[in-house]
Design a protein around this ligand. Structure first.
Ligand SMILES: NC(=O)c1ccc[n+]([C@@H]2O[C@H](COP(=O)([O-])OP(=O)(O)OC[C@H]3O[C@@H](n4cnc5c(N)ncnc54)[C@H](OP(=O)(O)O)[C@@H]3O)[C@@H](O)[C@H]2O)c1
Length: 289
């Protein structure tokens, strides 16, 4: 595989979020830019800044983050590294999970909390409007109409451009769409875990962006000796590139957001966009893992 294109993310093609917000399909997920357990600052904050700047240089114009990553550490690093933002950069954040410590995540969807977190994300990111605000988890203790209803109010006030969902079923997406326009879904999905197949098929039918989180199964698919290692050698790609190329081929609505805390990995991962699988290669990979 050649690695010499200056802006490899461009080769992943364009998806229009909500029909009016064009992004290159291969993005970057900023959850790894925090401390252990997604809590506190990263071990090397300067490398985190370099990762973000390099991603944008490589053509990435879709960055996924959340208020709860740190909390706020990831959003503040994005602000530090990239503000004032280049034209066309879309930052997608999320709210709806509270944090009490490392690896501790609790759904909290009360409208006043979602409003507070949106206001804080606007401040930490240095934005007047968030292009894509995703409900991180539906809080089972709060009526969905109250949670999505508050996001719709924030949208009407001009603080949110588009609304997305995360870790949802088809039924939940359909219910949410009776309350507000939903433009994207972010569910766990990768070559090794395809439990969200029905949600992806629904997103494709309805032209919603499908953001597969965990695209490399937190490195499991990328590790030497992992399930893709031998196959990757025959394709002249790295395992992570194969995992991402497979996701890009799977559907025109998939928007992978590989996460990393290293410049060398963001370079490797973004070059996956140059790697096009044939239908036969896609099928072979689907059956091999
Ligand atoms: N909606 C949700 O509930 C939810 C949940 C989890 C994540 N997300 C989002 O999805 C994004 C991606 O998920 P993720 O970061 O958990 O998992 P991932 O992208 O599947 O994997 C990230 C892991 O893989 C390693 N890695 C990355 N590139 C590599 C490469 N080329 N070779 C070897 N190892 C590599 C990283 O380590 P290094 O840092 O050492 O590269 C890191 O440990 C997150 O950043 C976040 O934005 C959303």
């Amino acid at each position: 595989m050649t690695q010499n294109i200056a802006r490899p993310a461009d080769a992943s093609g364009i998806f229009r979020l909500g029909g009016d917000l064009p992004i290159h399909r291969l993005g970057y997920g900023a959850m790894q830019l925090t401390g252990p357990g997604v809590w506190g600052p990263p071990e090397d904050p300067e490398e985190a800044v370099r990762v973000l700047r390099r991603a944008v240089e490589l053509g990435v114009d879709f960055i996924d983050t959340a208020d709860s990553y740190g909390p706020f550490v990831s959003e503040q690093l994005i602000h530090k590294a990239l503000h004032p933002y280049p034209a066309g950069l879309v930052i997608a954040t999320k709210g709806g999970l509270s944090r009490s410590g490392p690896d501790d995540w609790r759904p909290l969807g009360r409208p006043e909390y979602l409003r507070q977190q949106t206001e804080l994300s606007l401040r930490h990111l240095g934005l007047e409007r968030i292009d894509l605000y995703q409900l991180h988890r539906i809080d089972p203790q709060v009526p969905l109409a109250d949670q999505i209803g508050e996001l719709r109010l924030l949208q009407q006030e001009g603080k949110i451009r588009h609304i997305g969902l995360s870790e949802v079923t088809v039924e939940q997406i359909e219910e949410a769409r009776t309350i507000a326009d939903i433009v994207s879904v972010q569910n766990l999905y990768n070559l090794a875990n395809r439990n969200a197949e029905d949600v992806l098929d629904y997103a494709e039918r309805e032209n919603l962006g499908f953001i597969p989180w965990f695209p490399m199964a937190t490195g499991q698919l990328a590790r030497p000796g992992g399930p893709l290692d031998t196959l990757a050698k025959t394709y002249d790609a790295s395992p992570s590139q194969l995992a991402l190329a497979w996701l890009l081929h799977r559907s025109p609505v998939t928007l992978p957001i590989p996460g990393t805390s290293r410049v060398s990995h963001v370079e490797e991962n973004t070059h996956a966009a140059q790697f096009t699988l044939s239908d036969t290669e896609f099928q072979a990979l689907s059956q091999a893992v």
